[in-house]
Design a protein around this ligand. Structure first.
Ligand code: GLC
Length: 471
């Protein structure tokens, strides 16, 4: 308890003193130019502090940290800290036990953080800015890698795996860990967006699974009119990272794009991207998607789909196991197709996924590397997949008889990713670019701006962030 309080007080004090200056430095790292009028660093420092304290005060976070510190391992034991979002932190308990059994001199503290990826990212960012991150291992969303690598917060792990070893992982997961020639993340699990549908309902009305946006809208309407479902299509519309992950699939389906990472060309104000946003707005307007969509994350959309309120859901692979649990009202009634697209365009599956990076300032780099390698092992990823229905980064598990017997859809998921991956722009300024897009999408979805005005403004801000010319 005492340690927890000291830790908090120290962190708070330091943060208030140095955050203003450090934010300036960080803006420099990401190539952000100061405007002529100097930004209010003091105010930003206070806002960052409040945000950080809000997240730290989150009961799961403090409770877990206290518990871990109270465990107070013996002096010969090396203690590694790993911050992880709920509910995955809890799901790791089986493989963490396996790790500690094989490595009795290392204790791995998994500290629970909030569920939204961007909130965990903020916690890491604040800790690194202070130069005082307590986390040895960083569980990295694919979307954070360029920023964390560019800022110099992570160890380059290139020498830890041979090219041959890297070949045994799904290529998108390996590429997602690379930045400017270095490798900053050991692949753990992959993620890809897809469309879940209610097989039973479509069969009842003799409707084929949708392939195009028009199919999706018309199937939803038919099912709603026949009284088979309350809502048609559920998706993540809240202003957070999940909104950006979802919308890249809609952009792709309309033939549009966000930022081309090789040229930094911004596509948000192109007709295809505007049409994509128009589609999302009209899904709500036409009552296909619920009016509350702008408050939904993955969790809420899964809850409504699972309780039988909707016919279609865009989400990640973990939904399969949730939908098929023994107590699920839709057990055995769910199918999967790639996300729909316009005729002549292709489906997009947002490439998500997580892996372990090492804090470059960790006091225990060797043990942290050993841990990252352990969780990249095939047998350990298999254990995790068998316990929870995620998709592993190890390619071979797609043909593993135990895995495919338990999850008949597993190989289909890997194929969906393989055939239609869409990346969020892998650029160092990604967090800011995502924030811009999320804000303007929210303006369009809540009708405070038209899709065209919102995307025009989002494109302008993104170009200014990237320092590229107006087109
Ligand atoms: C999943 C994805 C991750 C993405 C997040 C958005 O966790 O793996 O890449 O950023 O969802 O909510």
């Amino acid at each position: 308890m005492q340690i927890q309080n000291d830790w908090l007080t120290n962190w708070f004090g330091q943060l208030v003193q140095v955050a203003g200056g450090q934010i300036g430095k960080l803006m420099g790292i990401f190539g952000l130019r100061r405007s002529r009028q100097s930004p209010p660093w003091g105010l930003m420092a206070v806002m960052l502090t409040l945000g950080l304290l809000g997240a730290i005060a989150w009961p799961g976070f403090t409770g877990q940290f206290e518990e871990n510190i109270a465990a107070n391992p013996s002096s010969e034991t090396v203690e590694l800290n790993l911050l992880m979002h709920v509910p995955e932190a809890e799901q790791w308990s089986g493989i963490v036990e396996s790790f500690e059994r094989e490595n009795p001199n290392i204790k791995l503290n998994v500290i629970e953080g909030p569920s939204a990826t961007n909130l965990i990212e903020d916690l890491h960012t604040s800790a690194f800015i202070l130069g005082d991150s307590p986390y040895d291992l960083i569980y990295l969303d694919i979307a954070w890698v360029p920023k964390f690598a560019a800022a110099g917060w992570l160890m380059d792990l290139s020498k830890e795996l041979t090219e041959e070893e890297l070949d045994s992982f799904l290529p998108g997961d390996v590429d997602g860990g690379r930045y400017k020639g270095g490798l900053y993340r050991m692949p753990f699990r992959t993620d890809m967006g897809m469309l879940y549908y209610r097989k039973d309902l479509l069969e009842e009305l003799n409707i084929d699974p949708p392939a195009t946006f028009a199919d999706l809208m018309s199937a939803s309407k038919q099912l709603q009119e026949a009284g088979k479902t309350e809502w048609g299509y559920l998706w993540q519309g809240k202003q957070y990272e999940g909104l950006a992950a979802m919308v890249v699939e809609i952009f792709e389906g309309f033939g549009g794009f966000w930022v081309d990472p090789t040229t930094n060309v911004v596509g948000l104000d192109q007709p295809e991207a505007i049409a994509a946003v128009d589609f999302l707005v009209s899904a709500i307007d036409e009552g296909i998607s619920p009016p509350g969509t702008t408050t939904y994350t993955e969790t809420e959309t899964l809850r409504f789909f699972r309780n039988g309120s909707a016919a279609f859901l865009r989400n990640w692979p973990y939904v399969w196991a949730e939908a098929n649990k023994p107590d699920s009202p839709i057990r055995g009634k769910v199918g999967i197709v790639p996300m729909v697209h316009e005729p002549g365009q292709s489906s997009g599956a947002c490439q998500g996924g997580w892996g372990l990076g090492i804090n470059r300032f960790s006091d225990h780099p060797e043990e942290a590397i050993a841990a990252a390698k352990f969780f990249a092992r095939e047998d350990i990823q298999k254990q995790f997949v068998m316990e929870h229905s995620y998709v592993a980064s190890r390619k071979s598990l797609a043909d593993d008889p135990d895995v495919t017997a338990k999850y008949p859809q597993y190989s289909q998921l890997v194929e969906i990713l393989d055939s239609s991956p869409v990346l969020r722009p892998p650029i160092a300024q990604y967090a800011q670019a995502s924030d811009i897009l999320q804000r303007y999408l929210t303006a369009a979805l809540t009708k405070s701006m038209t899709p065209e005005a919102a995307m025009t403004a989002a494109a302008r801000e993104t170009r200014s962030l990237l320092g590229t010319e107006e087109t």
